[in-house]
Design a protein around this ligand. Structure first.
Ligand code: FAD
Length: 280
């Protein structure tokens, strides 16, 4: 049960609160998970960060930056948000939820059925995190989102302040396979790549899977095989994705079905990406 509640008006107040409280402290952004019935979180104290100046979306020289407390709905209404992110934001089908759920909260939660993580990793998004130095100054760190996911424990109590999308030219897409918009997905897939006309290969390919039990993970063997030209066609890619995807059979579908979904979606995105790059 939460018995200490504090509302911060800026980032320094948040960090001061976090450093002076123990690890059982939650960061209350939209509160859609912390306050949810049967929530897994068991925080004794929380700090409300919804009015701490983290709600700006701005264009930068290299792309866009989204404040951690920007809600899904605010992002959808912004002219700066790329269409691939707009699609993923709509995976949260309830407008009430979109009005509360924040992008930073979604990244921090790291749910296996995450609305946004597969597409953010595919987009090679970066997170700006903050900490307080011993003399009380705010230190910012720029962390690749894949590193944040891979070292989950290390970042458990780290405040995310902004999400950066710095690759405007990158092809990015995602799909969430579920029976209805409100139902849990069988599988979520994110796909992103830079295309090099010169080398005739996809560069920096990221294929990201989100699925029950295995969580969020990349298909690194497939990514490497494409980078080295071992995989060149959509058919080869589909087969390799089916081979590397891990999934369990449950009420959202069998293991084989989930692998099939991942394979066909990746092959489809592969063709779409090459078409976008003028290859066909
Ligand atoms: C009915 C229902 C269905 C849902 N289905 C899904 C789903 O399918 N997929 C999905 O991804 N989510 C789902 N959610 C969870 C949730 O709505 C979203 O993940 C949302 O984006 C979480 O953001 P929030 O601001 O509400 O987080 P909060 O509840 O405020 O916080 C969630 C966690 O993130 C941490 N946190 C929040 N902000 C930050 C920050 N800036 N820096 C560091 N840590 C932070 C908190 O400490 C806490 O542990 C669902 C929720 C409900 C109620």
């Amino acid at each position: 049960m939460i018995n200490t509640f504090y509302k911060a008006s800026d980032v320094k107040e948040i960090l001061t609160f976090l450093t002076s409280h123990n690890e059982n402290t939650g960061i209350l952004a939209g509160g859609t998970d912390i306050n949810r019935l049967n929530s897994q979180s068991s925080y004794k104290s929380v700090i409300d960060i919804s009015e701490a100046g983290l709600q700006e979306i701005k264009r930068t020289e290299s792309g866009i930056e989204i404040g951690a407390c920007v809600t899904f709905q605010q992002a959808l209404e912004s002219k700066f948000i790329p269409s691939y992110l707009g699609k993923a934001l709509r995976y949260a089908g309830s407008r009430t939820l979109r009005n509360m759920a924040t992008i930073g909260g979604n990244a921090a939660l790291q749910r296996s059925d995450s609305y946004l993580l597969p597409v953010l990793i595919a987009a090679k998004a970066r997170l700006i995190t903050t900490d307080l130095s011993e003399d009380g100054t705010i230190i910012e760190e720029n962390v690749p989102i894949r590193e944040y996911i891979e070292h989950r424990n290390m970042f458990q109590h780290t405040l995310i302040v902004r999400i950066c999308l710095n690759k405007p030219e990158r092809f990015v897409a995602s799909e969430r396979f579920c029976k209805s918009i409100q139902a849990p997905p069988s599988i979520v897939i994110g796909f992103g790549a830079d295309y090099s006309e010169q080398k005739k290969v996809l560069n920096n390919l990221r294929i990201v899977i989100g699925t029950a039990f295995y969580g969020i993970y990349r298909l690194q063997k497939v990514e490497e095989a494409v980078a080295h030209g071992v995989i060149q066609t959509a058919e080869e890619l589909e087969k390799a994705v089916v081979g590397e995807t891990k999934a369990v059979s449950d009420y959202t579908g069998s293991e084989a079905y989930k692998k099939y979904l991942a394979g066909t979606a990746a092959a489809h995105f592969f063709i779409e990406c090459q078409t976008a790059a003028g290859r066909f």
